[in-house]
Design a protein around this ligand. Sequence first.
Ligand code: IMP
Length: 430
Amino acid sequence: MSALIVVGTQWGDEGKGKVTDFLAARADVVVRYQGGNNAGHTVVANGRELKLHLIPSGILYPGKPCLIGNGVVIDPEVLIEEIKQLKSQGINTDFLRISPRAHLILPYHRRLDLYEEKQKGSKKIGTTCCGIGPTYADKTSRAGIRVADLIDPEEFKFRLKYVLEEKNRLLISIYGAEGFDYTELMEAYSKYAEILKPYVADVSVIINTALDEGKKILFEGAQGTLLDLDHGTYPFVTSSHPIAGAACIGAGIGPTRINRVVGIAKAYVTRVGEGPFPTELTDAMGEKIRECGNEYGTTTGRPRRCGWYDSVVARYAARINGLDFLAITKLDVLSGLKTVKICSSYRYKGETLKNFPASLKVLSECEPVYEEMPGWQDDISNVRNYGDLPAEARSYLERLASLSGVPIVIVGVGMQREQTIIIHDVMPAC
Ligand code: IMP
């Protein structure tokens, strides 16, 4: 058996799509276990750029089962649209399966997300407004509606009626917004149910059976460690658990079945939405990285905040996720800089902080302590062997690994699938 989890080690957008797409080629089954269509993976394959929000990147490999676990929140409209788009590009979706235990994002969740953000004013989270928070809140408060309910007409009728009354009250009386018509929603969602029904299957059974048969499973995390509801920069986080431990809950497997965890980190750091970001560059260098790295959100198109690599964050992610390996993406974006910086520690009120702080107030007052290294001038986008990288790029990577405390096994040097340097093949070896 072998099960490998891929997680983001920063604030999301680490380039997980490319690495998971690469690893998916070697996996037998690919699984998503948390988040929803707030995620956006851009995969470039065979000269085609595909944007996936919900469906695991393994879908690009014909015949490979791609599973959406119970921990994911599913917006049926978005999922159906994504299936349609893939089909129109000749990509087979017959092997997609969704858990009946996954919760549904319904239109009132999206509207509530929008109004809750508006009401927060300057204290807003900067959510993707996809309805993620309100859906997970309903799940926790036991007011959610699941895929199993959607495909059972009687159950859906009953649950929607009961929940919608309360949501409409909230939307109309508290937010002064429009509510939703029960009959219209019933009509639309009955159609969605028919479309999605053939895809519904017990994902936990499929995964555990595949593991029993010695198959390789790839768990594809969305977002990043610092957006985790418990371990991230709360409240500027998402409402799910992007960390490795969540794969067990969100897919229905036991922790003893996990073999390896690979963390993905950009060669620098980006963040979208609000919240403290110690190594943020608000100057021309930040702008340069944003333009060179095309740092604009896949889901919302928002410009991403950019900053230097933060090894305090990396060490924290290594601890929380139990990282075995690191994959560094977008190293090519830093080419041409005279020098590059790595944050090795934080200074807080004159003291060196060893661990990533829990308090946002403390974090926002931390000053990054930098190590500065010579940059490299060559274009590295065609390099495929580690030894062929310029010496300065190798020194940079070696310092990242040493400060992060995790060996680097994969290095990305461009958007294309093949623009990847493999130092150690993690999938067959596990
Ligand atoms: P939500 O997940 O839409 O509720 O947004 C909460 C926070 O997580 C916001 O700061 C978003 O910008 C951030 N976020 C959610 N999904 C992603 C992602 O896939 N990449 C980066 N940031 C994300």
